[in-house]
Each structure stands twice: as C-alpha cells, then as structure tokens.
Design a protein around this ligand. Structure first.
Ligand SMILES: [Zn+2]
Length: 251
C-alpha cells in the first residue's frame, strides 16, 4: 500500500508553481486569499504570472456594527480589496456578489466558476480547502466545494452550455490541514502580504492585525524546513484526483 501511494504521488505530481502563466484564486470573502496566499501572489505576480481574484461573496456580513451591515460594508470591502490587490500585483478582481452568509447555493457558484475557467483558461485554480474537518463557515464550505467541483467537471455542458478544450493542471487548496507543498517565499513577499492585509481596515483593528501577523509569520517559518526561511502551504492536486481516487487525501 505504501509503495503504491509513493508511486501515485509521483504520477500525480503537480507542475512547479514557478512554471505557471495564469492562475485564479477563488476566495469566499475579500481578504481570504491575501491572508492565506498573499506572499505567493506577490512572488508570482513579480515573475509576470497573471493572477485573477474571484470573490464569491460581497463581504457584507463581516461586521458587528448594524449600521455598516449590508451594502455599505460591501462597498467598503471592495475598495479595500482593490488596494490590497494593487499591492500584490493582482491582474484582475472579479466579483460574483453573492450575499455574505446568504442563502445562495453551491450549484449557483459552481456554474459561475465554470464559465470563468472556460474564459480565462488558467493553469491553476486555488481556493479554500473544502475538506478541512473543522471549518464551519458556510461561505468557506460552499466556496471550496463549488470550486473543487467546477475544476473537476468544467468541460461538461450539463453544468453550463458549451464546453472547453483547455486543461487546468492544478487545483490548489489553502487553509489546508493536509499540505503537500511548501512554497518558498521571501521576507519581502511576506511584508507585501502584511501590507495588503492591512488594507482590510473594516476587518482588523491594530491589535488583531499584530496578532494575525505574528501567527502568519510563525506559521510561515514553522512549516519551512530550514532556519530563517519562509513558506506558504498548499495542497496541490491534479483535478483528476478529485473523483474516485480514494488515496487523494494521502497525496
Ligand atoms: Zn472568509
């Protein structure tokens, strides 16, 4: 069994992230991708990779202040994400504008993602890991699973009329408890990530920001194999691993 899994790992090995030309990051809320893969986005955009952000929801529920809740907050968060995206070198921000913590369905998100994958033809699509056992936020669960399904099934006209001859090489999960990729970044990329996260002022006061930066820095060092190195962690898979491959969680 172990030998078989080792073989499977080498057969299913994802291409190096440094060879990508176009990638899509699908996030449940404006700020999730900056927090979870901002340094990677900074590094890859510096290399000329075209990076598209898709925000599934409008972020309108991210407050305890009832006077801000709804459209007012959605507008603020769009502006915050625009500033953060500019710092990280994001090529384009795409908004699906589903209501934050709303009653939209996974299937509705999935068909939007299918349409965008067919149009942009990315090498890789990143999102939150829908298989993370302790994740309870419904927007995160729906986002991760709708993207995983879309990346696996986007050629089928049943999901959305039409098809595609393009092959997505990698599906990448962040916020994952099952990482298989420790992507090296430099201190300057982490600094850019923190600068980007700081733009989400509606979400973090100064004290929370400092705690978040401490956690993210320690995590980035903690997963690195060498002293004074930084990484961001992902579970990378070829989309074919997402259906009837019961060993996918071991890859
Ligand atoms: Zn979120």
């Amino acid at each position: 069994m172990e030998q078989f899994v080792r073989k499977l790992r080498s057969w299913m090995k994802s291409p190096d992230l440094d060879t990508l030309q176009k990638l899509i990051c699908v996030q449940p809320h404006p700020d999730d991708a900056d927090i979870s893969m901002g340094a990677t986005v900074a590094k890859l955009s510096e290399k000329g990779v075209k990076i598209y952000y898709i925000s599934v929801t409008d972020g309108s529920a991210g407050t305890r202040d009832e006077s801000l809740l709804g459209q007012r907050l959605a507008e603020i968060r769009k502006k915050e994400q625009e500033k953060a995206g500019e710092i990280l070198g994001v090529h384009e921000l795409i908004w699906l504008d589903f209501e934050d913590l709303g009653d939209y369905s996974l299937e509705q998100v999935r068909s939007k993602i299918v349409g965008i994958i067919r149009k942009i033809e990315p090498d890789a699509v990143f999102t939150v890991d829908p298989f993370a056992p302790y994740e309870v936020h419904p927007d995160h669960i729906k986002c991760g699973m709708s993207v995983a399904q879309a990346v696996s099934l986007y050629k089928l006209p049943k999901l959305l009329p039409g098809t595609s001859s393009h092959d997505v090489a990698i599906v990448g999960f962040f916020n994952t408890p099952f990482p298989n990729t420790f992507y090296p970044v430099e201190r300057k990329h982490l600094d850019k990530k923190f600068q980007a996260i700081s733009q989400h002022k509606s979400q973090f006061d100064e004290k929370t920001l400092q705690m978040l930066f401490f956690y993210l820095t320690e995590k980035s060092k903690g997963y690195a194999l060498e002293e004074n190195k930084f990484v961001e962690v992902f579970k990378l898979l070829p989309p074919t691993a997402l259906h009837v491959m019961s060993e996918a969680y071991l890859l």
